[in-house]
Design a protein. Sequence first.
Length: 494
Amino acid sequence: MKKSQSKFYITTPIFYTNGSPHLGHAFTSVLADVLARYHRIKGDNVRFLTGTDEHGATNVRAAEAAGKSPVEFVTEISAEFRELRNALNLSWDDFIRTSDQERHWPGAEKLWRKLARAGDLYRKKYRGLYCVGHEAFITEKDLVGGKCAHHQKEPEVIEEENWFFRLSKYQSKIESSIKNQELRIVPESRRNEVLAFLGGGLEDVSFSRPRKDLSWGVPVPDDLDSTMYVWCDALANYLSAIGYGQGQNIEMSKFREWWPAQVHVLAKDILRFHALIWPGMLLSADLPLPQTLLVHGFITVESQKMSKTVGNVVNPLTLVRKYGIDPVRYYLLREIASTEDGDFSVSKFEQRYNGDLANGLGNLVARVAALGEKLSPIRFDFKNHIEKEIDAASDRAFTGYEHHIAEFRFNEALADIWALVGAADRYINKKKPWAIADENELRRVLTNAGYLIGTITNLLEPFLPESAGKIKKQICFQDSVLEIKKGEPLFPRR
Ligand code: MSP
């Protein structure tokens, strides 16, 4: 891979602590993890942030239902999100909690004050339909049979006097930054969706709740009667986590070093918050916009929306316990197109597991290890020993892979790697090394197969880091020596 030395700041959404993590949360986190790892391998200076969104009505109600205080409840759930790090081998550098009064609140308050100073916050009486699931006002258009189409719940009619953010003022600036790619939205279809929405005109947004109705949140600076709207508080995490609001010179220089984010990873349901409100807030605070919003779809289960009510929530920990970390990462990254909706089912999972992992990659490594161990170490000379077609196959996969990662099409990058698994299998079947008597000829064939496995291992590293490490212990193709040693099966058959 090309070596570079740029900074790369990547974030996941911060997750509501109203319930345990499920496979959808795992998906977002794994996508971001691949990019973080890919950029670290390239030599970039990476900072990968995740965390939990702990304020607002949705968290308060979940705590009440569990018979716990908000602080007790969100602390427990936040710890469960933190555990995903080990469970899924996530390489985040930082985890922020919005209830952290020392790390997060000063940043949220500073941002609020900036918007106020720009004259972009004003008081207004408002009556509207509030969906607690969305933590947002919705309109009649969002309802199906009187219920929010997304959360299947009736919205609450709320009439309050609140602080409003003058989002409408930034309409044309937001539009032009999306059009000129200063703020890139991936995929194109999501970008078009945002542009179409902008065409309808932006309205100002309610940015606070009365403290008497919602006290679980960041207090509005200089207004004892208001709590910051949970999205205003939440979006500020991307800044507070890197030192915004800490006031000290050191923290501010850390902030300047990292902001703006290179990539915010998020799902389609929170696109408008990230593509409209967030840029509006940043423009008002005179801060640069993030570079790319990578927007993915939803994971359904057996084609149904994953939800607690339906009772089909897939717990990533259960899957990891049964199959291991990398098979779960592999399924999410391969079966689900990075920017589309995708489906989970046990039968599809097992098909991928047995087909691509156990019989595909695992079998290839085991075959070459078994055939080659007795000849290891094998010294070779790249120019004379690597066949043209093998070198070309490796180059083709590499080029496709780089292109697909640049386009954020991770499932296709994995397909490029698996094209090499197929090429290596075909090569071995054609050469029939088990029937080769001449040791030099056998060394040559193993070297070519080892070269393909070496490329596969390198390309695999950001996706399946644990497996890449295990393969290297069995088949290590480096400089001019190929070392081969049999080991445990990578993916035992199920
Ligand atoms: N707290 C807000 C985000 C604030 S970001 C400043 C929120 N939280 S959430 O927990 O409801 O969802 C966060 C993210 O989890 C979604 O954007 C998405 O990335 C991921 N997913 C939640 N459910 C999902 C699926 N069923 N499928 C795929 N991803 C899903 O919104």
